[in-house]
Design a protein around this ligand. Structure first.
Ligand SMILES: Nc1ncnc2c1ncn2[C@@H]1O[C@H](C[S@+](CC[C@H]([NH3+])C(=O)[O-])CC(=O)[O-])[C@@H](O)[C@H]1O
Ligand SMILES: O=C(O)C(=O)Cc1ccccc1
Length: 251
């Protein structure tokens, strides 16, 4: 690895005697950009579009939360698209100490002219200020299912009228054949990106009790139940989807 290259994810490449549950620790932080790009179909496209969507919904002196920000990739995309907003407030939140520390130093390096508040906290207990855009980019899926609706209700309350929520999630399908096919195609996608069958299977086991998916229908219903007057699935690539919800008129 030379100085500026991204370390390659090989965390599950060797047989592990005791397979611990997946966690966002120091080891994962080191390889995270490579891991997420090789594992999540459409990740880069969703990030790019999150910035574009932000331009429509974030006003001057707006406030944006990036929840489960990891290394701040979504914050970065929004900051790039909203470069013209002098008084924009960006808050990136993650409860992994290793992740939020690295996020803080990376964003300070990449966006020296745009201070971002990086907070190490649990998004379930954070005190939210009124805001215009909330990004939940592959984060809700890591919360225990019972905690999802209460969090989303609090986020709806925090959004100002006209505000937007972008929710990206790994999903499953209620039709068993569709579920099986897209699950297998996702593994084929990972294999095509250089992961071995052993890596795929060991990571799948480590994620079993940690990442629990909903269907797209459940996601849309939950958004509606929170009070969002407009919800649309705007993206799907295999079993990965993104939703846009607006508090008020989307246009
Ligand atoms: N309760 C919680 N409170 C705060 N953070 C949490 C919590 N639970 C999990 N996390 C954090 O949510 C992040 C999920 S990764 C997000 C990618 C990023 N959004 C990206 O656009 O690159 C998705 C993935 O790895 O598939 C991790 O950094 C966790 O520490
Ligand atoms: O790798 C997988 O199978 C996933 O579902 C996505 C993922 C990506 C990065 C960390 C955890 C899960």
């Amino acid at each position: 690895m030379n100085k500026n290259s991204i370390p390659r994810d090989a965390l599950f490449a060797n047989p592990l005697d005791r397979l611990a549950s997946f966690s966002f620790d120091e080891q994962v932080v080191q390889v995270f950009p490579d891991m997420i790009k090789r594992s999540v179909p459409g990740y880069s496209q969703i990030l790019g579009m999150a910035g574009v969507i932000a331009r429509r919904y974030v006003p001057e002196a707006g406030r944006v939360y990036d929840l489960g920000a990891s290394l701040g990739a979504a914050t970065l995309s929004v900051a790039q698209q909203l470069d013209h907003l002098q008084q924009l407030e960006l808050i990136a939140v993650d409860n992994s100490p290793a992740m939020s520390e690295r996020c803080r130093s990376l964003l300070a390096e990449t966006l020296p002219q745009r201070p971002v508040e990086v907070v190490c906290a649990d998004i379930r207990t954070l005190d939210y200020q009124p805001c215009d855009l909330i990004l939940l980019n592959f984060t809700l899926q890591f919360l225990p299912p019972a905690d999802r609706l209460p969090l989303m209700q609090r986020l709806f309350q925090a959004l100002r009228p006209g505000g937007a929520l972008i929710l990206s999630e790994k999903v499953h399908f209620s039709d068993p054949r569709q579920a099986q096919l897209l699950y297998e195609l996702h593994h084929d996608f990972k294999r095509a990106n250089g992961y071995s069958d052993m890596e795929i299977s060991q990571k799948r086991t480590a994620l079993e009790d940690v990442l629990r998916t909903d269907t797209a229908e459940v996601q849309l219903q939950r958004l509606q139940d929170c009070g969002f007057s407009f919800c649309s699935q705007w993206f799907q690539y295999l079993n990965f989807a993104s939703f846009l919800a607006i508090k008020g008129d989307p246009l």
